[in-house]
Design a protein around this ligand. Structure first.
Ligand code: FNR
Length: 399
């Protein structure tokens, strides 16, 4: 049955807009700086057109794919987005129930407003992924990883595009804060304490001390290489960004912590070079992402980055993509360009704002129905059949 008030993701965005307060709306919808990468994530899809094939018996279409040992009804998952209680009081728990209902996997943000245990309970092993911001004080991350293992999460997605937080001007102007009574649920009892430690990204303790001395005498506060590890309560703004993360030091550590129960993926890959490194460091998969245009504005749209990454991965690890996907035909195009799977961010938040769990189900149903219809009209009955032969790139973009 259709919701006659809402037949497209664009209509869902409008409904959500009316239901969210300004602070939430801006926080969810904004991109970094001018927002050009946010926009291009979507418009990149219009540079490709589909070459449909006909007379192929489309009576039996299978849209499903296998992921983490389970069938996913479509090659679509729900991307991790922070603080979903802002959209609806049921927050991440409602999103998870909708995912189970739709047969799609869900990524839970470290900065969720529900605990990872609450989200997992009642899902009966339905696949979940924990998105990780690896903190400078690793003990907190270690504890979180252990909890995720225990709760049956299949993988962690280490977000790697946030050494610093991107510049989001509406968020700054609104002085965005999580309103009471909501909490960053996974860390309610935690706070970090390395108050007086000076740290420098990627350096040895000796060189840190050397720099520290120099800084107090000559360079002081304005030496951007010297910085203080965050302290106090764990909040998104203080603890999500971690400029010290590196391939050498952190990926091996993370794999040790997660194995053997959980896979380690990196989310936020944008180049072939980093794809080679991801393979070399033994990650289980990558997500091509620019954080929904919220980090480096001016970065390539993810669909435009995808081909070089698929080529570099050479099938050795799975390649997923997110950013700007607003229609089932976008899913088809991403898969045709070599993505094994896609993740959806904002449209799910809009669904949640519109009608809680039911709204997320609606969002997933719209995208799934559109994807299925696209497969049928393009002449493909299996997801594996969707290849770049089905696409042509055109010169002008525009819808
Ligand atoms: C995000 N995203 C994100 N990513 C992440 O790794 N951890 C997080 O906590 C968040 N939080 C978050 C909040 C909000 C409001 C948005 C919009 C996005 C990024 C997210 O996982 C994904 O990469 C993008 O949302 C995908 O782009 P679309 O589908 O929103 O265009």
């Amino acid at each position: 049955p259709h919701d006659l008030n809402c037949l497209t993701i664009a209509e869902l965005a409008k409904h959500a807009e009316l239901r969210m307060v300004k602070q939430t709306r801006d926080y969810y919808n904004e991109g970094a700086d001018s927002g050009s990468t946010l926009l291009e994530n979507s418009t990149a899809y219009s540079k490709y057109r589909i070459r449909p094939r006909v007379l192929r018996d489309m009576s039996l279409i299978d849209t499903s794919v296998s992921i983490w040992g389970a069938r996913n009804s479509v090659p679509i998952g729900v991307a991790p987005t922070a603080m979903q209680c802002l959209a609806h009081p049921d927050g991440e728990v409602a999103t998870a129930k909708a995912c189970k209902e739709a047969g799609v996997t869900m990524g839970l943000s470290s900065f969720a407003t529900s605990t990872l245990e609450d989200v997992a309970s009642g899902l009966n092993g339905h696949p979940l992924v924990l998105q990780l911001y690896l903190f400078e004080e690793r003990e907190h991350s270690r504890k979180l990883i252990q909890r995720a293992k225990k709760a049956g999460y299949k993988a962690v997605f280490l977000t790697v595009d946030t050494p610093m937080l991107g510049r989001r001007n509406m968020e700054i102007r609104n002085q965005f804060e999580l309103p009471k009574p909501y909490k960053i649920a996974n860390f309610v009892d935690d706070s970090t304490s390395s108050a007086s430690e000076m740290v420098m990204g990627g350096s040895t303790p000796e060189s840190v001390q050397g720099e520290e001395k120099k800084s107090t005498s000559t360079k002081g506060y304005y030496d951007r290489k010297i910085r203080q590890a965050p302290t106090g309560p764990i909040t998104f703004h203080t603890h999500a960004p971690n400029p010290t993360l590196s391939w050498e030091r952190d990926i091996g550590w993370l794999k040790e912590q997660c194995s053997p129960e959980m896979e380690v993926w990196v989310k936020g890959i944008a180049t072939a070079e980093d794809t080679y490194l991801a393979v070399r460091h033994g990650v289980d998969g990558i997500v091509v992402s620019n954080h929904g245009g919220r980090q480096l504005n001016g970065a390539l749209a993810t669909l435009d980055a995808l081909p070089e990454i698929v080529e570099a991965a050479k099938g050795r690890i799975p390649v997923h993509v997110d950013g700007g996907i607003r229609h089932g035909t976008d899913v088809f195009k991403a898969v045709a360009l070599g993505a094994d799977f896609v993740w959806i961010g904002r449209p799910v938040l809009w669904g949640l704002a519109y009608k809680g769990q039911e709204g997320v189900e609606l969002c997933l149903r719209l995208l799934s129905d559109e994807f299925r219809l696209c497969m049928g009209l393009a002449g493909t009955v299996k997801v594996e059949d969707i290849t770049k032969e089905y696409l042509v790139k055109i010169d002008k973009s525009g819808f």
